[in-house]
Write a protein that binds this ligand. Structure first.
Ligand code: MRU
Length: 319
């Protein structure tokens, strides 16, 4: 698997996440192409969106400066509203100026790789403390793996380290409706890692936890508010409720760039609403009758009191 996102010959290269499990790469040469790719989830996952945003500013800075560059940066930052990494990285690249944007974007790329490795180690060590001393069954949601970052992953970074330590029995992965990031993307990564895994429909997740079939839940995050409330893929909150009820750890694995001190709590997080068609159809075929309407929030907010710990590259935060 090539890097999820990179910079090659003056353009952004992406693994097309809409094509997986088929491996296809795309090259992005303009801001308009990038905005389309972000909206269409060709690139997705909070850390990857951050790197994409910063590289997008570097692309724009080749031909624009001043107000025109700021306007292009705003179009990129506004392409998806929930993952704070996108706006954070765009602003950093913009602040570096037209001559410094590329170097800043590449620094964000490299820092993300290092962060993921630190998060994986810290999360695996914490689970070793919190859980019984035997190989663990980990439940995860959506995709917070290498394909959501530059490489390695956050929640799946924890899984990688547990696996390397000989402390992993099984990963249970939710398919993640409506766009199937679990069964199309997480399953690809787990297979490549040789990690035993089973996919479940999202509706089975809480029951799997309640039946004692997993030892801990580990997920990523799109935005973490100052009080520790966590926005992540829709379906995360019910998993956190189930974990609290069952008395098992609910871990959030995310870089510091996902923590947004300007967002006081989860009520202030904008939740992206996506097109109803994603719910009313499956595999490109309409499943709901004509005239059926849908509600399609892409994320939910897990309150801080349901979170056992947030593991970043710098700290273990128990909100
Ligand atoms: O809509 P997506 O696929 O971009 O949502 C992704 C998630 O919810 C991830 O869990 C989150 O971005 C963390 S990725 C390390």
């Amino acid at each position: 698997m090539p890097r999820t996102i990179d910079w090659r010959d003056g353009a952004i290269t992406l693994v097309d996440q809409t094509a997986l499990p088929e491996l296809r790469t795309v090259t992005i040469g303009t801001v308009e192409e990038l905005v389309e790719a972000i909206r269409g989830l060709v690139v997705r996952g909070a850390p990857a969106l951050g790197v994409a945003g910063a590289l997008g500013v570097a692309l724009a800075a080749r031909t624009l400066d001043g107000a025109a560059l700021a306007a292009a940066a705003e179009r990129i930052a506004a392409a998806r509203p929930t993952a704070v990494n996108l706006r954070w990285a765009v602003e950093r690249a913009l602040a570096a100026g037209p001559d410094g944007a590329l170097a800043e974007a590449l620094a964000i790329r490299d820092a993300d790789i290092a962060s993921c490795h630190a998060i994986g180690r810290r999360g695996a060590d914490l689970l070793a403390e919190l859980c019984e001393p035997r190989p663990l069954r980990i439940h995860t949601h959506c995709n917070a793996g290498a394909l959501a970052c530059v490489e390695w992953g956050t929640a799946l970074g924890v899984v990688r380290d547990l696996h390397a330590d000989g402390r992993l029995e099984l990963v249970v992965a939710d398919e993640t409706r409506p766009l199937l990031q679990g069964s199309r993307i997480t399953a690809v990564e787990l297979a490549e890692l040789g990690v035993p895994h089973r996919m479940v429909v999202d509706g089975a997740a809480a029951s799997i936890v309640a039946r004692g079939l997993v030892d801990a839940v580990v997920v990523g995050a799109d935005r973490i508010a100052a009080n520790g409330d966590v926005a992540n893929k829709i379906g995360t909150y019910p998993l956190a409720l189930a974990a609290a009820r069952a008395g098992i750890p609910f871990l959030v694995a995310a870089p510091e760039s996902t923590v947004d001190p300007a967002t006081a709590d989860g009520t202030q997080i904008e939740i992206e609403e996506r097109a109803g068609d994603e719910v009313l159809a499956l595999g490109g075929r309409r499943t709901a009758p004509a005239g059926a309407d849908a509600w399609n929030p892409a994320f939910d907010v897990t309150p801080a009191d349901l979170v056992t710990a947030i593991v970043t590259e710098e700290r273990t935060w128990r909100p």
